[in-house]
Write a protein that binds this ligand. Structure first.
Ligand code: PMP
Length: 398
């Protein structure tokens, strides 16, 4: 049966983790990951999550099947975060939200649903993008192409090129947008640019698919929803995938959601009925625990406040690491300007380090980064930052 099976290419980031684990140097640092670590280099268990889990364990609830789209307490909490508590959209019944297996699962059920709806549409992702975007939409059967996004010269968004490209697309084209904290570059659009993207989507009849994997990691829950809110106010129909992997530090629980904004409550009913078919034939219904914890935190005023404080703590620590890294590199007498690292948002930075420099960091210093020069700021801490800055200074000076 398996004689003709070829070995699949290795996942570049998981490959990096394997090489890191095999490295015996005690000073080694893994900056290739996409996970938030605290100052002790540990994945935090948030206190708000711990409280909600403790209450659940004590209640020992039965483990029946969930509704195919997940419980209303969860899906309503997701809508409140995305569109604003008490907002017209969250109250309107026009939005279909289904719990999903992380952000990835949300993108996947969205992709499968879109494929049934519009099988000939093309999907456009940013250049560059999270590497799974392409694979995921291709595996749903779509042709995937890039739209211009990152400008290595300015280390920002090449907005003129992006907008011109969007205005050249066919109606019905699906455009995947990072709602905030662009992965891998850390370069986000301004609010005014987002408004222009909304206009371009309206003008050309595009299908916007916003990927919200880092809400709360740039400026805060509300501020990071600005792109979603601009689309909400536009009257357009669109998709949003949410992930709570990072914001609740619940990576392995696989907690996410797909929201689809439709034109009317009646339309939402029809869309939900089709989305449920996609889910039913994939995994039937979502697991209970992670979503129940998130819903419990979001629906308790005290736990919600505690969570927002803890999220702010993660955000502030990342920002502090950005500044500290830039200062420490400068203190090594490097003339190259790294201040752009401070302006980038979210967990990642496109450092501009070349493939050769990344290779030297690994070989000579045991510091692992993605070959594109992407580093995860949340893997830096007060103990390793000096070592990393010294190593970066050495490879950029030589
Ligand atoms: N979208 C982007 C842009 C991401 O960076 C990630 C996670 N790295 C995801 C989606 C998927 O998140 P999850 O782990 O919840 O599936």
């Amino acid at each position: 049966i398996f004689a003709a099976v070829e070995m699949a290419p290795r996942d570049p980031i998981l490959g990096l983790n394997e090489a890191f684990n095999a490295d015996t140097r005690p000073v080694k640092v893994n900056l290739g990951v996409g996970v938030y670590y605290d100052d002790n280099g540990k994945i935090p268990l948030l206190a708000a999550v711990k409280s909600a889990e403790k209450a659940r364990l004590e209640a020992m609830p039965p483990r029946g099947y969930q509704p195919i789209e997940g419980p209303a307490a969860y899906t309503q909490a997701v809508q409140n975060l995305l569109f604003g508590t008490g907002s017209e959209l969250a109250e309107s019944g026009r939005v279909v939200t289904a719990e999903a297996l992380g952000g990835t699962g949300a993108l996947k059920i969205g992709a499968d649903f879109l494929k049934r709806l519009n099988p000939n549409a093309k999907v456009y992702i940013s250049d560059p993008s999270w590497e799974n975007h392409r694979a995921l939409f291709e595996s749903a059967g779509f042709t995937v192409e890039n739209y211009p996004y990152y400008d290595a010269e300015t280390r920002g968004v090449n907005f003129a090129a992006m907008k011109a490209f969007l205005l050249g697309l066919d109606a019905g084209s699906i455009i995947v947008l990072h709602a905030c904290c662009h992965n891998p570059t850390g370069a986000d659009m301004s609010d005014a640019q987002w408004a222009e993207v909304v206009d371009a989507c309206r003008e050309k009849g595009l299908v916007p698919f916003l990927d919200m994997a880092y809400q709360g990691f740039a400026d805060g829950i509300e501020a990071d929803a600005v792109a979603v809110r601009l689309f909400s106010g536009s009257g357009l129909q669109f998709f949003v995938s949410s992930s709570f992997s990072k914001s609740f530090s619940l990576y392995g629980e696989r907690v996410g959601a797909l929201s689809i904004v439709t034109a009317s409550k009646e339309e939402a009913g029809r869309v939900l009925s089709q989305l449920k078919r996609v889910i039913r034939t994939n995994y039937s219904n979502p697991p209970i625990h992670g979503g129940a914890v998130v819903a419990a935190v979001l629906s308790s005023p005290e736990l919600r406040q505690q969570w927002e404080d803890e999220l702010a703590g993660m955000r502030d620590r990342i920002r502090a690491m950005r500044t500290a890294l830039v200062e420490a590199i400068q203190a090594q007498g490097v003339s190259q300007d790294f201040s752009f690292v401070i302006k980038q948002r979210g967990m990642f930075s496109y450092t501009g380090l070349t493939v050769a420099q990344v290779e030297r960091l690994k070989e000579e210093f045991g510091i692992y980064a993605v070959s594109t020069g992407r580093i995860c700021l949340a893997a830096l801490n007060s103990k390793n930052i000096g070592y990393v800055a010294e190593a970066i200074a050495k490879v950029v000076k030589a």
